[in-house]
Design a protein around this ligand. Structure first.
Ligand SMILES: [Zn+2]
Length: 105
């Protein structure tokens, strides 16, 4: 009885299929380095600092349902507890010009 050993190419098997991770130092919407200043709600002195995260999360989800979110890593923005929570925890930042793209339905 000969045992046959086969070389199995495992390199394709153990590549994790996780969504591309988000660079939280960059605009979470475009992930681009632009000259434009980033909006940084976590640094806001105002009481409604967290509101920025909620409205962005709500807008992204609403647009996502319509299939209109292009180039945004929606899966990456939700680490399991929802987008708003993840944005808050990660102290997300974004460009004003990117936000307005998802401001109004
Ligand atoms: Zn941007």
């Amino acid at each position: 009885m000969l045992k046959e050993f086969k070389l199995v190419d495992v390199s394709s098997l153990d590549t994790p299929r996780t969504p591309a991770s988000v660079n939280w130092e960059l605009c979470v919407i475009c992930q681009d380095r632009k000259a434009e200043r980033l909006i940084y709600p976590a640094a806001s002195k105002r009481h409604d600092g967290g509101a920025g995260y909620k409205s962005l999360a709500d807008n992204l989800l609403a647009f996502n349902e319509l299939g209109k979110v292009l180039g945004v890593n929606i899966e990456g923005l939700d680490e399991g507890e929802g987008i708003e929570r993840t944005l808050t925890t990660r102290q997300a930042k974004w460009h004003k010009s990117c936000q307005v793209r998802y401001d109004n339905l």
